[in-house]
Design a protein around this ligand. Sequence first.
Ligand code: SF4
Length: 512
Amino acid sequence: MSTVDLGIPTIRPQYASPSSNLRGTQSFPEAARGELDDETLRGNLSHATSTIQSKRASAVREVRDWQKLRNAGSALKWQVTDHLPELLEQLEESVTAAGGVVHWARDGDEAGEIVTRLALERGAEEILKVKSMATQEIALDETLEHAGIRTIESDLAELIVQLAGDTPSHILVPAIHRNRAEIREIFLRAMPDLDPSITDEPAELADAARRFLREKFLDMPGSVAISGANFAVADTGTLVIVESEGNGRMCLTLPRTLISVVGIEKIIPSFQDLEVFLQLLPRSSTGERMNPYTTLFTGVTPGDGPEEFHLVLLDNGRSAVLEDPEGRSALHCIRCSACLNVCPVYTRTGGHAYGSTYPGPIGAILSPQMTGMHGPDDPNTSLPYASSLCGACYDVCPVKIDIPKILVHLRAEEVDQRRETKGEFRGTWDVAMKGASTLMSSPGAYDKAVRAAGPLSKVLRGKNIGKVPGAVPLVPGWTDHRDLPKPGQSFRSWWDAREKDDDAPTRGEEQA
Ligand code: SF4
């Protein structure tokens, strides 16, 4: 790997630490099989994603210059990618000038050590967290637990996931795989003081969570809270968090010490750039014109909010993503989750099948780049194939990340890796593709092959071939889930017949 200068300190690009929650234990197809068999999960997912999707579509339709906004968001993100070292230095200066302390973490392990040390020095026993994917990514809860510190999620959906001993399955709605009845059961198990007559009405469930959290807010031994950030503004040192419930704001203002763990890609150049992202994000994520709670904080102010502010800037594989010119735009993601809700693969399998904190189309390009793809047995090697390449993710992405193009790029990288280790023609696919290439390069040979398929169509009955036996290479996996149509008359033989007989029916008529 070459060296990428990320400001202070200069570091070699490196993959995420192995302890990160970025890689599952099974390949995507294996993990997805179990999820696909779960009818409740599929029902919950289908209902939730279609509802969010249609809300997003109407919120976007109202904005006449939506495409211009997308262009502006994309251009700003490219500016960040191109000037990341300088912007990071500027952010450090701004935060320090505002009374904060900046820490640099090369990976999840370093970030965990920094946060644990800060928390122990302040005598924290319980820490409140505001929704943060970065801390989920680096398994911070587990690290703190080893040090005897308990974390409590303040976001309702994250709290549900935590109380259930579960992991998030959606970027925006981490408990999307749970329905109201399941949430009621989880609360009854985890909240001993809860009235058992509680119903599964959303208002009652939200009220139960509010009471549970309020007690925690008022009794925070050590008074430390941890947050992530949606954006970190380089020229002012301001951090921005958007959320829907207001619990995050309590978490950001009540404690004596606030520690924010933020990925280095969350930076934006100037305060004014927020006007673009604060329009793009809510419409793309929750389908709202603006977020109910947008909290901005800059360093510390005596008598107002936390007395101490620590910013932990996290690499954990981001420099490895940045090193690849073809794949680096994955870092532009603003975690709106629009690509998940439209993806025909995600909407059926859900997020757990991806094995990473980052599910869906963005996870399929981000996780393998952050961890590297280490051979055919690495679960993350299968992620770039978890897509039909339909392009819906690109169409909805507010910062125009060309996810299908990066998926194809990563697939090519995986094939090259395989060839390097196992020789050029390792499997039946390689042999078949080589054969197809030879055939399609020769019009004569292609013509003969296509004409040879003609007699086959007369022997077979019905419109479809049906399930092909396992002994036939390549095709059986395909026919497990789809109908393989019977070959019809080839275009060339139809054309020949037409030339011979001007009165012959047209091709469409004949087939009808
Ligand atoms: S890739 Fe684009 S659409 Fe998907 S979560 Fe990120 S910003 Fe949203």
